[in-house]
Design a protein around this ligand. Structure first.
Ligand code: AHG
Ligand code: MN
Ligand code: MN
Length: 332
């Protein structure tokens, strides 16, 4: 059941029974994410005020400069998720290795693993542009009572039990799915409460927006170059509009509302593109499919890829169904 103006807390309780393992654990997990998101939101919002922006000087495993807020968001989510009897392991874009959580009784009994990009698009912070958090949740595959292993994290996206993102934009929203459609909640900062503002979100089947870093055009595969030219052609409803924030969460959020396609293709420099399968593409693909859209690497469904390493990357095409299919037809 959904009512507009329902709070996220009410929504979680009322929809708990729709979840296949109705133990209440997943609800508590989503609850802790909503709490961590409030804390990160608070930090992101005051980023312009305090001397907190700029690179820490460390480099993460991807070879990128780490921003202070990346570190802070990472710690906030890890701490919030650790202090509950739910999560047995966390993998984060900011950590080289996964983290094992023993649980309060040290018995490794917890059932869920969380994979996350605690702050995506963080280079946008310095210039006051939207950033996001992306999370992906699985049930462990190894037996409860034993420490988590890499196998628990390297599951194909089609086994996700929940996924979502938080967008720290003009308003802060939490959008998530547990496999029964996608719902969006907007934070009322005065009350610290999220309200159901976007029930049952759906990608329009078609759209007029394409989102890609065209600066890399020269390095794109021929199929992507041809698709971009197709978007720019003067025909029927074309040329399309180009919109690229450079913040995956914001670009996909906009396209889900207005209709569009996001592309981060392979380039001659990075044959697997830039985005990480486990922290960025799988959760966004799950949400996209739950909203009636499609997500592909240009040839195959993102959610069917069997990961082989925690930080692996994949080309990513995601958005309105007909637009993604069009891209795939150009890639053939
Ligand atoms: P990061 O995880 O390092 O913050 O990367 C952001 C991602 C994604 O949000 C965005 O769409 C893309 O990188 C932008 O990359 P380009 O600057 O290469 O276009
Ligand atoms: Mn990222
Ligand atoms: Mn990040």
């Amino acid at each position: 059941m959904q009512r507009k103006n329902q709070t996220l807390g009410e929504f979680i309780i009322e929809n708990q029974k729709d979840f296949p393992y109705a133990s209440g654990e997943l609800s508590r997990l989503i609850n802790s994410i909503r709490l961590a998101a409030k804390m990160v939101n608070h930090e992101v919002n005051k980023a312009g005020l305090v001397d907190i922006t700029g690179a820490v000087g460390e480099t993460n495993i991807q070879g990128e400069d780490q921003q202070k807020l990346d570190v802070l968001a990472n710690e906030t989510f890890i701490n919030t998720l650790t202090n509950r009897e739910i999560v047995c392991g966390i993998a984060s874009e900011e950590n080289d290795e996964f983290i094992t959580i023993k649980g309060q009784k040290n018995d490794h009994r917890n059932s869920y693993v969380v994979l996350m990009d605690p702050l995506d698009g963080s280079s946008n912070i310095d210039v006051n542009v939207s950033v996001g958090t992306i999370f992906s949740i699985y049930r462990r595959v190894t037996p409860a009572g034993t420490p988590v292993t890499l196998e628990d994290f390297l599951q194909p996206g089609n086994l996700q039990v929940a996924a979502g993102y938080i967008i720290y934009g003009t308003s802060t929203m939490l959008v998530y799915t547990t496999g029964n459609g996608v719902n969006g909640f907007t934070l009322n900062p005065a009350l610290g409460t999220y309200y159901l503002s976007h029930p049952n979100m759906k990608f329009p089947e078609d759209g007029h927006i394409y989102s890609v870093n065209e600066g890399n055009y020269i390095h794109f595969p021929q199929g992507i170059k041809d698709y971009i030219k197709y978007c720019q052609e003067e025909k029927e409803d074309r040329p399309y509009t180009s919109r690229y924030i450079g913040s995956l969460v914001s670009d996909i959020h906009r396209n889900m509302i207005k209709g569009g396609v996001y592309l981060y293709p392979s380039t001659s420099k990075s044959p697997n593109g830039k985005l990480r399968l486990l922290y960025e593409c799988n959760p966004m693909a799950f949400i996209t499919e739950q909203a009636g859209g499609k997500a592909s690497d240009g040839y195959r469904r993102i959610l069917d890829i069997k990961p082989t390493n925690l930080h692996e990357r994949t080309p990513f095409v995601c958005g309105s169904k007909n637009m993604v299919e069009k891209v795939e037809s150009f890639m053939e």
